[in-house]
Design a protein around this ligand. Structure first.
Ligand SMILES: C[S@@+](CC[C@H](N)C(=O)[O-])C[C@H]1O[C@@H](n2cnc3c(N)ncnc32)[C@H](O)[C@@H]1O
Length: 259
């Protein structure tokens, strides 16, 4: 990817999350609904129970307002969580929720720069709804695997499958229009409508390569895929129900373990 485009994607992410940080949880019910949250909790606790150590150290890349980090901080087996994000405003929201927690370390940096500077190894690395925001997600995944300790787990939550059937695209459009126009308070609606995702969510608009990501893991000798699920996520409950009946799926979760 050209350096200009990389910089454009990074800058777009800084600006988008600066504008929306305060409202992030409210404008993302496709992540913060009860079923999705339960699913994340279950997968995290299953993964943690598979790591054969008394205390584990965790890296949450693109931690945002704390969707994953806060759950990890509550887990007794978790000794430390490093929450990395390029958006100061998103991390401010996370810090407000976490309060003073000795287990939590914050790094306000782009993921790739953090990974280059950091020489720690982690037992669990999590990326939730972030890969599609990164300039070169294959490069980031390769570096993440180097930072994973033996027996460690890497989980990718909530990324686009790239399966864009006409029906899914239409339902996503309708779901979002109804949610933003009828369910958001006026001030938040204004912010939500002003957000431009063209470059911040670059890989949503340039077909996320799920098959390539799976193949990449399958070709790594010391990596085994331990969990894979595709499912439909929508803002509104009726769309989530409908999503279960549609063969094409818009999101995936994937977990791998280093042997
Ligand atoms: C959709 S939010 C996901 C936040 C959180 N992980 C969650 O599950 O709700 C994407 C997050 O990735 C961050 N982000 C985007 N590009 C990034 C990059 N290059 N390096 C680090 N963080 C980045 C954004 O600032 C934002 O907080």
């Amino acid at each position: 990817m050209e350096q200009d485009l990389e910089q454009k994607i990074i800058q777009a992410n800084i600006e988008l999350h600066q504008k929306s940080a305060q409202y992030y949880d409210q404008i993302h019910p496709e992540i913060f609904n009860k079923n999705e949250q339960n699913l994340i909790e279950n997968i995290l606790s299953q993964a943690i129970s598979q790591i054969k150590k008394d205390k584990i150290n965790v890296l949450d890349l693109g931690a945002g307002t704390g969707n994953i980090t806060l759950k990890l901080l509550d887990n007794e087996k978790v000794g430390s969580v490093v929450a990395v994000d390029l958006s100061k405003e998103m991390l401010d929201e996370l810090e407000k929720k976490a309060g003073q927690n000795p287990k939590l370390k914050i790094a306000n940096k782009p993921a790739d720069i953090f990974l280059m500077d950091d020489d720690s190894k982690y037992d669990l690395i999590v990326i939730s709804s972030v890969l599609h925001h990164l300039p070169d997600y294959f490069q980031t995944i390769a570096t993440v695997l180097e930072k994973l300790d033996d027996g460690g787990v890497f989980i990718i939550f909530h990324e686009p499958t790239g399966e864009k059937s006409k029906l899914i695209s239409f339902l996503e459009w309708l779901d979002s229009r109804i949610f933003v126009n009828l369910f958001l308070p006026q001030d938040i609606k204004k912010v939500a409508k002003s957000l431009d995702h063209t470059y911040s969510d670059y890989h949503v608009y340039h077909k996320f390569d799920l098959a390539g990501v799976k193949k990449f893991f399958e070709e790594e000798e010391d990596i085994e895929i331990i969990f894979f699920k595709k499912h439909n996520t929508f803002d509104l409950l009726p769309f989530r129900w409908l999503g279960k009946t549609i063969p094409a799926k818009n999101n995936f979760i994937l977990a791998v373990r280093k042997k």
